[in-house]
Design a protein around this ligand. Structure first.
Ligand SMILES: [Fe+2]
Length: 230
């Protein structure tokens, strides 16, 4: 049997003309992690940290990048911590040069969020696994009045949706009674983390300020067992 000395790498296939180290399936059967590439692309779109305002951001570029990624669980599984004692977990992935919060949320079967706003920021959500139901509400023009539903949509894996306070309020639920769902969220600018956001009672419209600084895990490591609100 012919052996290859460890200091002598195998010859490159003759039909590949790219230099060694290139991202080509002939050189490297394991392509770069597409999920990490997506995070890098989003960071590039958001640009350098610059006191970003939500009007500076091209949301269509972000939505397009999110749509172009095809979900592969092995690529993001390290962030996706489930905890069936909670409605969902918020898992920190990246800060995008300080311009965003990129989170992976893991939704317990049959559970969901309260109705909430988005702190005057953009929120783009992509389903990575399972299904998620979004119920959309009018932004109440009169405080403390019952909320009005405007739309209800179920998103499947790899679908992308967008919301801001200009569109209204929403709540997100995992409609599957047996299986978890997983989603990637880009919040930009990261106002909710810095200033909190509001949760709303559907019946009364009463709103409650909640802090969003705590995460279930950060960079894949479980952070704390502090209770989460919204
Ligand atoms: Fe939301």
């Amino acid at each position: 049997m012919a052996l290859t000395h460890p200091l002598n790498p195998p010859e490159l296939p003759s039909h590949c003309t790219l230099p060694p180290g290139s991202h080509c399936s002939k050189h490297n059967p394991h392509p770069p992690n597409s999920f990490q590439s997506l995070i890098s692309t989003i960071t590039d779109i958001l640009g350098p940290s610059s006191g970003l305002d939500s009007t500076d951001i091209d949301v269509n570029d972000l939505k397009s990048a999110m749509r172009s990624y095809q979900s592969h669980e092995a690529e993001w599984a390290e962030y996706a911590h489930k905890d069936l004692s909670r409605n969902y977990t918020r898992n920190f992935v990246d800060r995008g040069n300080g311009n965003a919060n990129m989170l992976i949320l893991v939704w317990t079967p049959g559970k969901g969020s309260l109705v909430h706003d988005h702190a005057n920021a953009h929120c783009i959500m992509k389903v990575l696994k399972g299904k998620l139901k979004e119920t959309l509400y009018e932004m109440p023009s009169v405080p403390d009045t019952p909320l009005t539903v405007t739309r209800s949509t179920v998103y499947n894996s790899d679908e992308v949706t967008y919301i801001s306070d200009d569109i209204g309020l929403h709540k997100i639920e995992n409609p599957d009674p047996e299986n978890i769902a997983v989603s990637l969220h880009i919040y930009t600018p990261p106002w909710a983390e810095q200033h909190g956001c509001y949760c709303f009672s559907e019946k009364t419209g009463k709103k409650t300020k909640v802090q969003m600084k705590n995460y279930y895990s950060v960079n894949g490591l479980i952070e704390s067992k502090k209770p989460q609100s919204c």
